[in-house]
Design a protein around this ligand. Structure first.
Ligand code: GLU
Length: 387
């Protein structure tokens, strides 16, 4: 892509399906705690413009907690989890109402979709959520998505809508994800403190250097900050989706992008593995872990499946179809995969030959604990095995 003003917007103009994420700081006025309605009208106009170009649009909208907290009389500063859940319950209904009013005045049907981390981490729920989004798009509705904050507890929440938006982009095979925020993009250092900080217009690969820049950058007002945006970029680009971080505070933020406004683009990784494998590798929180012996590890490294015979232990609670970590004897996570048995059944058949499974369990399941098609080796930094 050329760096010319026109070329800059190419991933957005050429996309078939676009996910746009707006942060709380844009939507809600910090002083009054009210919706920035005039600004929102310009965003809605931009979304409709994309639709008129024949592009499909999904909106991931934050703002529920920010809108609800003032109404409940909650003080400024960090909220306790219960209070943010209460605030979200009050704010989400206001948010949904505003979108309904604004979009339906243009004859566009709006659909509210509230997701939790589990909806993207558990394959069955992931497939379900994906099917719902597909149907909504096919029927011409505009999905407005947020985290289901009122039920998401600390351990099972995204917490930031940047990663949620990336998951949505991955889930519906979007080709472009736009994170509208209160920052213009990625800088080599905090531009407020170092005027010489370089603006990064394009990131081809998320290297440790890029991670370090995100660490130094001033984080935005929302819960995400730059680190969450880089985490989102990892998910999106691995799923073959372009992602950009762009300033959203001025009116018509998407039109500005189309007209070539400066932003940081993250390019999709060159050789995306199959979507299924991406999804497995990207699980934020595997449901449990399987411990394997040295022989099984060798088999995995040769590209073979994990058989019950090579499993020496099962940790955590998981069902058939969940993503689990696969850990070597020294406790390092070496792979992830979709397990064919629940934790209880896995514990009963581990160390045994596949031919014995039917006798032990009373039904004939798969020969493999994790089939090689459902298994991804992790080449990343070795991490200690959780669970
Ligand atoms: N889901 C939260 C809300 O709607 C926002 C999370 C974020 O700031 O990214 O209030």
């Amino acid at each position: 892509m050329s760096d010319s003003t026109a070329g800059r917007a190419a991933p957005l103009t050429q996309a078939r399906r676009i996910v746009v994420k707006v942060g709380s700081a844009l939507l809600v006025d910090g002083d009054s705690g009210r919706l920035n309605r005039t600004w929102l009208e310009t965003l809605v106009a931009d979304l409709l413009q994309l639709r008129q170009r024949g592009q499909q649009v999904l909106l991931v909208s934050s703002g529920a907690i920010a809108l609800g907290r003032r109404r409940l009389g909650l003080k400024a500063g960090a909220l306790r989890l219960e209070d943010s859940q209460a605030a979200a319950a009050v704010g989400q209904i206001r948010l949904a109402h505003a979108y309904k009013e604004l979009l339906e005045s243009h004859d566009v049907t709006v659909a509210q979709v509230l997701l939790t981390l589990e909806d993207s981490e558990r394959r069955r729920r992931y497939l379900n959520a994906r099917a719902t989004l597909e149907s909504l798009l096919a029927l011409g509705a505009l999905p407005v998505i947020n985290e289901n904050d009122t039920v998401a507890t600390a351990e099972i929440r995204y917490g930031d809508n940047d990663r949620l938006a990336a998951r949505v982009a991955q889930m519906c095979s979007a080709d472009c994800l736009v994170l509208l925020s209160d920052v213009e993009g990625l800088f080599s250092a905090d531009p407020h403190q170092q005027p010489a900080a370089r603006f990064i217009a394009q990131v081809r690969q998320i290297t440790p250097d890029i991670e370090a820049m995100a660490g130094r950058a001033l984080s935005g007002l929302g819960s995400g900050g730059m680190r969450a945006k880089i985490a989102a970029a990892r998910i999106a680009t691995a799923a073959g989706c372009h992602m950009c971080i762009a300033a959203g505070a001025a009116p018509h933020p998407l039109r500005r992008l189309l007209e070539g406004a400066r932003c940081t683009w993250f390019l999709p990784s060159g050789s995306p593995a199959a979507a299924r494998k991406q999804w497995i590798a990207g699980a934020l929180r595997p449901a449990g872990a399987l411990l394997i012996d040295a022989g099984a590890l060798r088999a995995l490294l040769e590209g073979r499946s994990l058989l019950p015979a090579g499993v020496t232990g099962a940790r955590g609670r998981f069902e058939r179809g969940d993503t689990v970590s696969v850990c070597s004897t020294d406790g390092v996570e070496v792979a992830r995969g979709i397990v064919a048995y629940s934790d209880a059944d896995a514990a009963r058949i581990m160390g045994r030959r596949s031919a014995e499974i039917a006798d032990i369990l009373g039904f004939r399941g798969r020969d493999e604990m994790i089939h090689r098609d459902d298994l991804v080796l992790l080449n990343a930094e070795p991490a200690a095995c959780a669970g």
